[in-house]
Design a protein around this ligand. Structure first.
Ligand code: SAH
Ligand code: F3S
Length: 466
């Protein structure tokens, strides 16, 4: 009997963690006979993987679903509608409300339930009108992903922690992704080894706050697939620094990156480990959020500007030339001109290679959403532009340092701008474009930088380096 495959259309919004969750969903659903399609009109199952950390995404989900449905009605009026499902933060946060507010949504998958997708889809296939799992538990397991099931061809993501216990007052992540859990080191190391065997040259270790890896003292293994025994309990204490050391030694990968570091927990031990392994890339993403101690306190970040800058100094004083990137929120409730001036100072002192600037916007259930004294939108917008302008000046100098230098680039594809150019990233996470043969895609090469643009570098190929 020939089984026709069912088609899955999955749309991903938001951060790398969402992208990675989508890969997990695709891989898991492949086991239930679904194959991915890029055309929503061709799909039996339409999943929207959503993010609401930095945007008001819930409304977007409803609009997007209505769009797809209307398009379908127009193009193939007689065709049965696909099964619509929502996953990610919006699913976690809206839960049953999604059913109430959209009659099309029949499946809601919380952030810890991706591993249960086949079961939930199965419930609907066997006649249930709706299926939902938005449980958040301290013991949720991790979904292991086979190297061959990756959706990203050159850079692979590997989860090391999920959830967050920090409860920064502006942030919805602890509510949408639950308490922090650390994945067993053996599972992580094994996954990175498998990726290296598969030919991957770069891996990003992912966690909301990688530095607290292992600190909860509990480790979790794989999400139990049907018929597999539950994994053994965790293997005891291991810190992020030791995990990095193990991955650097045991994975066989030439390039290892990780995000995100948390300033208070980022320590000398991590720096020492980074200094001592060539394959740990020279890039540290260390979000400050603000340069004002008053605002940092209101944000519940647990450090002062001076303490943050001391970490930056330690990084600059270490043996390797690291690129530091960060996040800043402008217009947090109560932020005065004086507070903002401290942020400008911190950014000028740190000299980031890249900075993500966000206008503060209240997120449901977070403490800051109830804070009074909100900053008027035009003031936020004006501060945003001032900070952007400062960063643009700093960044220009940071990028110009690369002129006439030769850098290692992982070639990831053709440049979107010019057909003759290839594009990739440096070890310090900068985009480099250069003319070259598409045969080089997927390889590490050495490029001499001839031009520094505001957000990218341009150069000429010297040679393949591996
Ligand atoms: N530790 C996480 C942070 C998640 S949120 C990580 O791994 O990246 C990513 C960034 O979004 C934060 O650093 C913050 O700068 C921004 N952000 C979070 N909540 C926000 C809000 N309510 N308004 C504006 N920006 C926000
Ligand atoms: Fe959010 Fe703060 Fe955790 S920004 S993800 S609560 S470290």
């Amino acid at each position: 009997m020939i089984m026709t495959k069912k088609k899955l259309y999955l749309e991903t919004h938001g951060c790398q963690m969402n992208v990675h969750d989508s890969e997990k969903a695709i891989s898991i659903l492949a086991e239930s006979g679904y194959e991915a399609t890029a055309d929503p009109l061709d799909a039996d199952l339409v999943l929207l993987n959503t993010c609401m950390v930095r945007e008001k995404a819930a409304r977007k989900v409803y609009t997007r679903i209505a769009d797809i449905r209307n398009q379908l009605r127009e193009v193939t009026p007689t065709r049965q509608l696909p099964l619509f499902g929502v996953m990610g933060c919006v699913a976690q946060s809206e839960a049953e409300r999604l059913f109430e507010r959209s009659r099309d949504v029949r499946l809601v998958i919380g952030t810890q339930s991706v591993g249960r997708l086949p079961e939930l889809v199965g419930q609907i296939e066997s006649g249930f009108p709706r299926a939902i799992d938005v449980r958040l538990t301290r013991d949720a397991e991790f979904v292991d992903l086979d190297a061959g099931a990756r959706q990203t061809p050159h850079v692979a993501f590997v989860t090391i922690t999920e959830g967050c216990n920090k409860f920064c007052s502006f942030c919805i992540v602890p509510f949408t992704r639950g308490r922090e859990r650390s994945r067993r080191a053996d599972n992580i190391v094994e996954e990175t080894r498998a990726l290296a065997r598969e030919g991957y040259l770069e891996v990003h270790l992912l966690g909301q706050n990688v530095n607290s890896y292992g600190l909860s003292g509990r480790f979790h293994g794989s999400f139990p697939r049907e018929g597999t025994p539950l994994p053994a309990a965790g293997e005891g204490e291991i810190t992020f620094a030791r995990l990095l050391d193990r991955v650097a030694r045991e994975s066989g990968l030439p390039r290892i990156k990780y995000t995100t570091s948390y300033p208070r927990d980022f320590d000398e031990e991590v720096l020492r480990v980074m200094d001592s392994h060539e394959n740990l890339c020279e890039w540290i993403h260390l979000p400050a959020q603000s340069g004002s101690d008053r605002i940092l306190r209101a944000m519940r970040r647990g450090y002062t500007a001076r303490e943050y800058l001391a970490k930056i100094e330690a990084i600059r004083a270490s043996q390797r030339d690291y690129a530091i990137t960060g996040d800043i929120i402008v217009g947090f409730p109560g932020e005065t001109e004086e507070d903002f001036a401290r942020t400008l100072e911190l950014v000028a002192t740190t000299r980031y290679d890249g900075l993500y600037i966000f206008n503060y916007s209240p997120r449901p259930r977070t403490p800051a959403a109830a804070y009074e004294d909100s900053v008027p939108e035009p003031v936020k917008a004006e501060r945003f532009l001032r900070l952007q302008e400062l960063q643009r000046r700093v960044q220009k100098e940071r990028y110009e340092r690369y002129l006439d230098r030769t850098v290692e680039v992982l070639v990831e594809g053709r440049s979107a701008r010019s057909a003759a150019d290839l594009t990739g990233h440096t070890r310090t996470q900068k985009v480099v474009n250069f003319p070259g043969d598409p045969e080089l895609i997927g390889r590490l090469v050495r490029v001499r930088i001839t031009r520094a643009n505001p957000n990218s570098l341009y150069g000429t190929l010297i040679r393949e380096s591996l």
